[in-house]
Design a protein around this ligand. Structure first.
Ligand code: DX5
Ligand code: ZN
Length: 216
């Protein structure tokens, strides 16, 4: 079954834990924690102290941390300590990807590598065997509520085949503009983990929204 990661960027920050509890009860498998530094992306979101508080309120949730920051090597430790289970960083960040992967694993977390819409999927191949997850961005990182870019589908299909050829099975996650129409398209193309923010938190029924994505 397809897994669902709820992007808390679309949550009500004044009732963060409550809103997260609601989407987890509706069927989300994990919480997607979008970190933005105002440098790698033109927006600022939240950092490790927020994760620490959320983790204290919901200790059993799985935390899928997406670092949209220029220096993941410098901050990965803070997020691991705050409760991250999986840390994904960007290939386009300023640090050496191999070094960041090793650092995340040394912190006891799973490691994911993400690519922006302009980066070809082939750029992750040399790291594939060391990764627990590859995240294909289907919008320019920085903001929730954007329109899905269909070129992500070709990247997912390319990566699904590349993994099969190599006998590897990292999660293939897709992030940005995922809804009841684009979610199933991503799953057909090869995704097994969907990130959803506005579609899930903004839905009249979170149960129905989660069901539509997980049955994709
Ligand atoms: C975008 C973030 C996404 C975003 C997704 O930079 O990485 O996780 O919150 O939001 P929706 O699902 O609303 O496109
Ligand atoms: Zn994200």
């Amino acid at each position: 079954m397809t897994q669902l990661s709820a992007s808390i960027l679309a949550a009500d920050f004044a009732r963060l834990a409550e809103d997260c509890r609601r989407v987890l009860a509706a069927g989300a498998d994990m919480l997607h924690f979008d970190v933005m530094d105002g440098h790698f992306v033109p927006n600022i979101s939240f950092g490790a102290p927020v994760l620490k508080s959320l983790h204290a309120a919901l200790p059993d949730a799985f935390y899928d941390v997406h670092l949209m920051i220029s220096h993941p090597l410098q901050y990965a430790g803070d997020f691991a300590k705050a409760g991250a289970d999986l840390i994904t960083f960007h290939l386009e960040s300023e640090d050496d990807p191999g070094e960041v992967i090793d650092a995340i694993h040394a912190l006891g977390c799973k490691a994911g590598l993400s690519i922006k819409p302009g980066t070809p999927a082939g750029a992750v191949l040399s790291y594939l065997s060391r990764l627990d997850l590859v995240l294909v961005m289907s919008v320019e990182p920085g903001f929730g509520g954007q329109k899905f870019m269909p070129m992500a589908l070709d990247k997912l299909a390319f990566l699904r085949e590349a993994c099969a050829e190599r006998g590897l099975a990292p999660y293939l996650e897709v992030d940005g503009g995922v809804d009841a129409v684009t979610g199933p398209q991503c799953v057909s193309a090869g995704a097994d983990l969907l990130v959803a923010g506005s579609f899930l938190f903004g839905a009249p029924s979170a149960d129905e929204a989660a069901r539509a994505l997980k049955q994709a």
